[in-house]
Write a protein that binds this ligand. Sequence first.
Ligand code: PLP
Length: 430
Amino acid sequence: MQINKSKALFEKAQNYIPGGVNSPVRAFRAVGGNPIFIEKADGAHIFDADGNSYFELINSWGPMILGHNHPMIKEAVIKAMENGTSFGAPTAREVEIAELITKMVPSVEKVRMVNSGTEATMSAIRVARGFTGKDKFIKMEGHYHGHGDSFLIAAGSGAMTMGNPDSPGVTKGTAKDTLIAPYNDLEAIEELIKVNKNEIAALILEPVPGNMGLVTPKPGYLEGLRKICDKEGIILIFDEVMTGFRLAKGGAQELFGVTPDMTTLGKIIGGGMPVGAYGGKKEIMEFVSPAGPVYQAGTLSGNPIAMAAGLTMLQYLDTHDEVYTRLNQIGDKLVSGIKTSLEKLGLNYTVNHLGSMYSLFFTDKEIFDFASAKQADTALFGKYFQAMLHRGVYLAPSQFESLFLSTALTDEYISQIVQANEASLKEILS
Ligand code: PLP
């Protein structure tokens, strides 16, 4: 495989862009090698600047649930552009998408559109604090909620520790209000609440985390969180930026039958355009400006082009249940192919899978939280990533990411990916 143009672009990019990329994971630092610069994408494939094509298992980190460059989304965007690209004033489409989101997502009675998942989570926490009059919130170890200051907090030395800034620039003052707990551990939450009695505004989590690789909730875990939050008057926030409109039409909350007080959304909601949203119970959302005192705004929020793409995507998902049936079939077929190969090769690596999301962890240990995820062999993952890339399969360039499948994957494509996976495993272990 020849990637001379990608190499030249990356060299040049490093002169002008920090690390040569506009989002760190794109630099391939976790897997080595030169990042691939993308020229275009279509259906199940992306094409790089050197003309190589790859099967795509990231799908822009989730949004492209129907595959790339879907004609329906493309048409909606082109049509919207004919009327101008931004007004900074309300439009009918914003009302329509808000109504549809409240219909699709069980917890959302009112919703505010923003421009990214980061904005959605930052705003949701501000509203939860404003509503409860409390400062602290609980976040799970290994969960990612964007790059807002109060979310960039490491676990410290254990569940009971106050957060320490994870990144220079995040002040200790900010970090002290972020309490860290391990995922899938209800006792740890109860302990944390005991120590911080009546000081906690919210508990935010990815109900099905994808940012430490895919990890699924233990039976009763989400229900347990709901009960604890009800008892303690804590606002339960599901960050469904990844899982919203993916694991089910109404996200993980619909799939598991647990309704949070607030939900943050992103990715699929914009059909590939920069969109996020946060919503929840009416009485909480009435705290958002101008209805209430909590300020949050955006020049490009509800942008007409982004709303056209998002609305078209959501309307399609809302009226085509077969999308979810097919996504589950695709996930099952691919993961069962991978598991068969692992068995054949005498490997007992862990595969976590739910619907159209999965992760192959290079460890034989069960992965149920951040500490267990960190046991995976990241060096071996790096070799696997490169071996797959050279066989034309573009994976997320880190062990600690979920993969996202799209309906553009045909059975034939899945068989080819399974073959590439088996050949790659053989190569890296020989
Ligand atoms: N929340 C979750 C669960 C995410 O996975 C992400 C991004 O991957 C975010 C929030 C932040 O979204 P964005 O990158 O659009 O700011």
